[in-house]
Ligand binder design. Structure first.
Ligand code: NAD
Length: 323
């Protein structure tokens, strides 16, 4: 299987690449297409850099000339590349529309031209909006509230349309919040952990009442791989862990893991349009594809904190580029 992985130098994409090259014997070629924005880091691929099946191409998913030959040489496209930080999308949405919407359309056009065997669009539960009780199934309407989630929802609709109109074998995955190693230290877990390890304070939005379902990046990539191999064309699959925490509970766990107390937390005004709660129903991927997350949340968070503690050489140089 020849894989094209867009955004393969980012947090989740690089985990997918490292895992595929170390565990999947049927991967004969793996090309990473990545623009290496602030979030893309060659260090994330260092553990597999010597693998002869890996080729890394610095390019923009919204550039048709760069994308075309790479898609032509792939059996499967796994599309992670995106602008991903909600706060940045509030400051300016143009880059989100360009990469997340136009970039996805450029890839879909190339996939259609070259008849790829499968196109897997990695999306997010944030496209559904916010809910107080219950969980979203895949047929819930898309009601995104941030420019980031609106751009991802737009991409999801384009993916659906290329499947319906052109018969392109597309799948979309919608996952909950990920944590794990190699996450850029602007997102809440690595931001909090690196700030606490550095002796600083951490900013908690409002009262920390927002609820998120936390999933280890490895469990997310396990779900994507099941969809790559067995997902039915045209289908959407939610991926999640069923492990919900308020931001306050998450903060408590991270403080405990680094041996700090609440004096290190400063309350900051809530993010505009901040979704209160996300929750995905994962019955479909569990029953159709046999998905089950394997990482326990407390153990996974403890391992993640330990990874940042022992990988200061990875995150220290990145602090200058975070907001
Ligand atoms: P990330 O920000 O860590 O990485 C994004 C990668 O895309 C980087 O390597 C970056 O250089 C690359 N990229 C950005 N613009 C590009 C462009 N124009 N052309 C080529 N490459 C470009 O993101 P992540 O957290 O790894 O998320 C990966 C995907 O998973 C995204 O599509 C995101 O929406 C989705 N997702 C993330 C989460 C999460 O909790 N982080 C949850 C669900 C879904």
């Amino acid at each position: 299987m020849r894989l094209l992985v867009t955004g393969g130098a980012g947090f989740i994409g690089s985990h997918y690449v490292r895992t595929a090259l170390t565990t999947a014997a049927d991967v004969t070629e793996l090309v990473v297409l990545d623009r290496f924005t602030y979030a893309g880091n060659p260090e994330n691929l260092a553990p597999v850099a010597a693998d002869p099946r890996l080729r890394v191409v610095r390019a923009d998913v919204a550039d048709p000339a760069a994308v075309d030959p790479l898609v032509a040489a792939a059996d499967v496209v796994v599309h992670f590349a995106a602008e991903t930080h909600v706060d940045r999308s509030i400051e300016g949405a143009a880059g989100f529309v360009r990469t997340n919407v136009v970039g996805t359309q450029v890839l879909l056009d190339a996939a259609l031209r070259h008849g790829v065997g499968k196109f897997v669009n990695v999306s997010t539960d944030e496209v559904y909006g916010s809910l107080e009780t219950g969980s979203w199934t895949e047929d819930h309407p898309l009601e995104p509230n941030s420019p980031y989630s609106a751009s991802k929802a737009s991409a999801d609709l384009l993916v659906r349309a290329y499947g319906r109109t052109h018969g392109l074998p597309v799948c979309t995955t919608r996952c909950s919040n990920n944590y794990g190693p190699y996450q850029f230290p602007e997102k809440v877990v690595p931001l909090f952990v690196t700030s606490l390890l550095d002796g600083g304070t951490v900013p908690l939005y409002g009262e920390g009442a927002n609820v998120r379902d936390w999933l280890h990046v490895d469990d997310h990539c396990r779900g994507i791989d099941l969809v790559v191999r067995g997902g039915r064309p045209g289908e959407v699959y939610n991926i999640g862990g069923g492990t919900e925490l308020t931001n306050r509970q998450l903060t408590e766990r991270l403080l405990a893991a680094v041996g700090a107390d609440w004096s290190r937390v400063r309350h900051v005004p809530d993010r505009p349009g901040h979704d209160l709660r996300y929750s995905v129903d994962t019955t479909k991927i569990r029953t159709e594809l046999g998905y089950a997350p394997v990482h326990d949340l407390d153990a996974g968070l403890a391992e993640t904190v330990e990874w940042y503690r022992t990988h200061e050489h990875w995150w220290r140089p990145l602090l200058a580029t975070r907001p």
